[in-house]
Structure formats: C-alpha cells, structure tokens
Design a protein around this ligand. Structure first.
Ligand SMILES: *[C@@H]1O[C@H](CO)[C@@H](O)[C@H](O)[C@H]1NC(C)=O
Ligand SMILES: *[C@@H]1O[C@H](CO)[C@@H](O)[C@H](O)[C@H]1NC(C)=O
Ligand SMILES: *[C@@H]1O[C@H](CO)[C@@H](O)[C@H](O)[C@H]1NC(C)=O
Ligand SMILES: *[C@@H]1O[C@H](CO)[C@@H](O)[C@H](O)[C@H]1NC(C)=O
Ligand SMILES: *[C@@H]1O[C@H](CO)[C@@H](O)[C@H](O)[C@H]1NC(C)=O
Ligand SMILES: *[C@@H]1O[C@H](CO)[C@@H](O)[C@H](O)[C@H]1NC(C)=O
Ligand SMILES: *[C@@H]1O[C@H](CO)[C@@H](O)[C@H](O)[C@H]1NC(C)=O
Ligand SMILES: *[C@@H]1O[C@H](CO)[C@@H](O)[C@H](O)[C@H]1NC(C)=O
Length: 342
C-alpha cells in the first residue's frame, strides 16, 4: 500500500517536470528524429497533448538511415515525414487507465496492440475511423520487446522509456515501416513465392488487397510442395486462397484466444488453437506472426488451412500437426470453397 502511493507520487512528479516532445528528443540524442516531427504536418505534433499517454518510437542520432529516408515536404499530399511521424506515435490505449504511466519497459512484458496516428486513407484500410496499428511483443529467449510495424521487419526496443509531457519516448533500433499492400508485402518473403505467384495470377488479388480489415494466413512454399500447382484450375486457386482469408477481423497475435472461430472469404470457418507449442489455425501452425499490411495482418503458416469441418487442433502442449493431407484439403477446403463460388 505504502509502496503504491510512493510510486504514484513519483509518477506525478515525473509528469509535472517532463518537457515537450521536441525538447526531450533533442536533449536525449534524438535530434535527427526530432526533425521528422518538426518537418511533418504540425497537426501531428499538436495532437500529442500534454498529459496524454503516447509512446513515441524513436531512433537515436547514431542510427543510420534517419535522414536518408526523408523526402521533401510538398504542399498538400502527406509526405514520408508525415507518415513516419504519425506511424511512430502510438496512443497507448492499453495502459491508459494505469496510474504508473512511466513504468520501465521490462523484458518479457506481455504483448500489446497499439493504434498509431497513421490514418492516411491512401495507405490505411482497416475500416471507418481505425488507424494503422502495430504489435509490440517479447521475442526470443531473452524476451526482448520488439515492434512489428510493417513489411517483414522486427524492430527491437533498445533502451528504457524516456518520459515527456505527453507520454514516453521508447528508443528503437530503426524507423518503423509504413505498411504496404498484401501482394507487395508477401513478395518480400522468399519462402512465400508460391503463394505470391498464385495470388497475383488469381482474380482474388484485387479483392484481397482492397478488403478492409482482414487477416491473411500465408502458407509457405513447403505447404505447397505436395500440390501440383500447375494442375489447379483458376476456381481451385481462388477456392484455396479464399479459405486463407479471415474477413472482418484483424487478428493481431496478442488478440488471439484459444477456441475463437472466424469466418473466411470462402464462407468456411477457422478455429484458433493457442498451445504451448504455438498458435494454430485449423491445425496449421503459425511460423511468423504479425506482418502488418495496409488492410490488416498476415501470419505465415506451415501448411494449408482446411475448412474447419472435423479439424482437431493439437492437444495442449502437443507439438502440433505438420500438415494437412491433400485428401482433407480436396474434400473440405476445395469442395466448400469452389462450391461457394457458384
Ligand atoms: C541529419 O541531418 C541534419 C540536418 O539536416 C544534420 O545536422 C545531421 O548531422 C544529419 N545526421 C546524420 C546522421 O547524417
Ligand atoms: C487516428 O489518427 C488521427 C490523426 O491522424 C488522430 O487524430 C486520431 O485520434 C487517431 N485515432 C486513434 C483512435 O488513435
Ligand atoms: C523470458 O522468457 C523466456 C521463456 O519464456 C525465458 O527463457 C527468459 O529467461 C526470460 N527472460 C527474462 C529476462 O526474464
Ligand atoms: C543508439 O542506439 C544504438 C542501438 O540501436 C546503441 O547501440 C547506441 O549506443 C545508441 N547511441 C546513443 C548515443 O545512445
Ligand atoms: C513453388 O516454389 C518452389 C520453390 O520453393 C519453386 O521451385 C516452384 O517453381 C514454385 N511453383 C510455382 C508455381 O510458383
Ligand atoms: C502436374 O499437372 C500437369 C497439368 O495437369 C501435368 O501435366 C503434370 O504431369 C503434373 N505433374 C505431376 C508431377 O503430377
Ligand atoms: C519464412 O521466412 C520468414 C522470414 O523471412 C521466417 O520468419 C519464417 O520462419 C520462414 N518460414 C519458414 C517455414 O522457414
Ligand atoms: C456466404 O454465405 C452467405 C449466406 O450465409 C451468402 O449470402 C454469400 O453469398 C456466401 N458467399 C460466398 C462467397 O459463397
């Protein structure tokens, strides 16, 4: 009880003496990064109110590529500065109610999804009023807090939080990516070459890129090894791929709960299993999670995902299944999805 009050008092004192974002950045070795905010649309800076609870993901002056990534400001269109500035500022809704605002970032802290100020409709398509989000979660044996903000990049947190009058500056190893479209993001992964090729040639490329707020399960090339891709008809390709798209839900990994059921673009269902050994969608194991895209999130999976009928997720702690039989896929995913097209 006493400790609680002491900490509260400390927190209030820190807040009272904290400086503005720009000053705090400049005084702590982040002046190149401060330039991003100073050259960006002033409305971004002014929306970070005193006493609010923002996290600013910032790179220090010795880190490469801060300056080189910046374009010049043009008159009306949002610039790269605007986007970087908006992207790096996230409102910490998750901890808003907590009194200990400036708690040190601990290793092995739990995972979180934060909504940023990036709202540019040209590159954010998550539904009305929803800004682009990012995921922060512990990675590796040491549980290093790591930010997943776009493309195939994982950006580690490299220092303790530094308070300013509207939240904290959280040092990261590099600038956060601006998320791209699904096809352009998938093409960054060498082990998703089959999926990228199939999606690009199918009539689903447009709808999947344009749907607001979706989750894509991306089977890697090993999942396609048993499939004679060149023998698939267009309808079969669309059928397989639409079973890998969860509609109307952006399933960032920290939000996934064991037993959740989602609807797919093929009108099938997908059940989530959260196990000690990992996360599974209808038994397909997630291999890389939280690849953030303009209109949702992508998780890579080690096998093709069936329709969910008769699927048994692995028992608690089990190593998990390695793949879905072609027969099951043919009967379940293909049959259902192709049927759904007509
Ligand atoms: C970045 O640019 C600013 C001014 O444009 C300059 O003062 C600073 O030295 C540059 N930093 C690096 C690391 O090149
Ligand atoms: C979304 O971003 C805009 C600025 O681009 C900001 O005014 C608004 O508060 C943000 N919304 C949320 C929920 O963070
Ligand atoms: C983080 O968690 C992992 C396993 O969950 C553990 O091996 C590691 O020691 C933990 N690290 C710290 C700093 O607590
Ligand atoms: C800047 O960040 C890097 C890690 O990304 C770190 O190694 C370096 O010590 C930091 N420089 C300063 C002056 O804090
Ligand atoms: C699938 O990927 C493998 C490499 O893993 C490649 O050899 C094969 O040509 C690809 N097939 C198609 C149709 O892209
Ligand atoms: C794959 O399908 C094509 C077209 O139907 C066929 O010509 C080819 O022999 C098949 N390859 C294998 C290994 O079955
Ligand atoms: C595919 O590549 C990504 C990194 O590009 C990696 O995280 C993932 O584990 C790889 N998947 C497999 C099955 O190797
Ligand atoms: C999915 O099911 C609904 C009715 O439940 C139907 O209106 C819709 O056309 C179906 N979509 C597809 C792609 O089959």
């Amino acid at each position: 009880m006493i400790l609680f009050h002491v900490l509260l008092a400390l927190s209030a004192a820190t807040l009272a003496s904290a400086d503005t974002l720009i000053n705090t950045l400049q005084q702590n070795g982040f002046s190149d990064f401060a330039n991003i905010y100073q050259e960006a649309d002033p409305s971004i800076l002014s929306s970070i109110d005193v006493g609010s609870n923002f996290i600013i993901y910032a790179t220090n002056n010795t880190q490469s590529a801060v300056n080189s990534t910046l374009g010049r400001r043009s008159s009306t269109r949002p610039t790269r500065q605007d986007r970087i500035a908006a992207r790096s500022a996230v409102q910490n809704w998750a901890t808003r109610s907590k009194k200990l605002r400036f708690k040190r970032q601990q290793a092995n802290s739990s995972a979180a999804v934060y909504q940023s100020l990036l709202s540019d409709p040209e590159i954010v398509n998550l539904g009305p009023g929803v800004n682009q989000s990012l995921v922060e979660k512990p990675v590796g044996d040491a549980g290093v807090p790591t930010v997943f903000a776009g493309a195939d990049k994982a950006v580690p947190v490299v220092g303790d939080d530094i308070p300013f009058d509207g939240g904290v500056i959280r040092p990261v190893a590099s600038l956060l990516e601006i998320p791209g479209s699904i096809p352009s993001t998938l093409s960054l992964f060498p082990n998703l070459s089959n999926l990228t090729a199939l999606l690009t040639q199918s009539s689903l490329a447009g709808p999947v890129s344009e749907a607001a707020g979706i989750t894509v399960l991306a089977p890697d090339d090993s999942a396609f090894a048993a499939v004679n891709i060149s023998a698939l008809t267009d309808e079969q390709i669309v059928g397989i791929l639409s079973q890998h798209v969860i509609v109307d839900y952006v399933g960032y990994s920290p939000l996934l709960k064991d037993g959740q059921v989602f609807k797919t673009l093929a009108n099938g269902t997908i059940t989530v299993a959260v196990r000690d050994s990992g996360v599974y969608f209808n038994g397909a194991k997630v291999t890389a999670s939280d690849v953030i895209v303009e209109n949702g999130v992508v998780h890579t999976v080690a096998s093709l995902v069936g329709s969910g009928d008769g699927e048994n997720p692995p028992a608690t702690g089990a190593a998990g299944r390695t793949g879905l039989g072609l027969k099951t896929l043919g009967l379940a995913a293909l049959g259902l999805a192709v049927a759904a097209l007509f």
